[in-house]
Write a new protein. Structure first.
Length: 367
């Protein structure tokens, strides 16, 4: 039968050792013997045990001193030590626990009590070992996973740097030709004679403006991600909105839209004006493109404690804020951009479905 555990019996009395040996061997425990404290310590230099039965009253070195020396080795911290003693005074009991013992068995001992205590402490020790092994395994897995994540993060950072360099390069390389194209388009536009030619030129102009805007957004995203120095300044919010509406004047007139801006002329923001302007412009342009003719767009400001909310409310063309698949693809690009810009300004950008027929875009600035 498999042994239940390995026990070291430490006692200077051979009769006690013989009695304990008979009981423990009969109950399938593996037994080793030490006739004193020094011999016990020699055993522990090269062997491991599941439990020690330790006599207290021994010559040269007593059981409490042996226990205290054993506990100095971290390898023996969870090994249970049960004292065998005829001493039942409170002072001895307290001292035994203070130096690291787990239990006492009084002499003369009862066989059933001895076996019950031995079995309980060995099972507790084995449970602690399983727990420690599990913790070590988990710690090892955590270390391995941490290393994997660090490597992945390094690769991601490298890819991000490459992407940012690419976007920065694309921004520089495309922006200059686009400016040249815009100048040519404006020259042709003013000299166009036929209405068909004018429509073509308008379409070309609109496409180049959109492309230039997207290139600029890409460049600004790179600036934010690279924590480049981006200046903040104070500006009038109403003036910024009015300027954007003037830029969209052609689209507003062609669809007979009615944008209403109700923001006090004295309200200022401290932010990066260009980033905020582009986050407004991209979304407003998309709204104007996709809402019905003759629609009303309400732009207003909520001034709350410690924050300001800029709100754009309109009747969406079957858009659902809970299902982005109902919205145009470019809208999602502008949403992501606005969210990034507001996060950079320690604010938020939200989409709210006020009613089935009404939706709001909300920029929240912390004061």
């Amino acid at each position: 039968m498999e042994k239940k555990g390995r026990i070291l019996v430490v006692d200077d009395n051979p009769k006690n050792i013989q009695l304990l040996g008979n009981i423990l061997n009969d109950n399938h425990y593996d037994l080793e013997v030490a006739l004193g404290g020094k011999e016990a310590l020699q055993w522990l230099r090269h062997d491991k045990f599941d439990l020690i039965l330790l006599d207290i009253m021994m010559p040269e070195i007593n059981g409490f001193e042996v226990c205290e020396i054993i506990r100095q080795d971290p390898e023996n911290n969870i090994m249970p030590i049960i004292y065998l003693s005829a001493k039942n005074d409170k002072e001895s009991t307290v001292q035994g626990f203070n130096v690291g013992g787990q239990d006492f068995i009084s002499k003369p001992f009862d066989t059933s009590e001895l076996l019950a205590r031995v079995s309980t402490h060995i099972e507790l020790k084995k449970s602690k070992e399983r727990l420690l092994n599990t913790n070590r395994d988990l710690e090892q897995k955590v270390r391995e996973r941490t290393l994997e994540l660090e490597e992945s993060n390094k690769r991601l950072q490298a890819l991000t740097q490459t992407k940012d360099k690419f976007l920065s390069f694309i921004g520089r390389e495309i922006a200059s030709p686009l400016n040249d194209i815009n100048r040519v388009v404006n020259l042709i536009k003013h000299s166009a004679e036929s209405s068909r030619m004018s429509e073509t030129i308008n379409l070309l102009e609109h496409s180049t403006v959109n492309l230039a805007f997207i290139v600029k957004m890409a460049s600004q995203i790179t600036q934010i991600n690279n924590n480049e120095n981006i200046e903040f300044q104070e500006f009038y919010l109403n003036g910024l909105i009015e300027h954007i509406l003037l830029q969209e004047d052609g689209l507003i007139d062609s669809k007979n839209l009615n944008p209403v801006c109700e923001i006090d002329d004295s309200i200022k923001l401290k932010a990066n004006k260009d980033l905020i302007k582009n986050s407004f412009l991209g979304i407003l342009d998309t709204i104007f493109k996709h809402i019905e003719h003759d629609s009303r767009i309400h732009i207003y400001l909520n001034i709350l404690q410690h924050k300001k909310e800029l709100v754009m409310t309109f009747n969406p063309p079957n858009w659902d804020c809970k299902d982005t698949n109902t919205m145009p693809e470019e809208t999602l690009l502008y949403f992501s951009y606005a969210d990034l810009v507001m996060d950079f300004h320690q604010g938020t950008f939200e989409i709210k479905q006020d009613t089935k027929a009404s939706m709001s875009f909300v920029w929240t600035f912390n004061s």
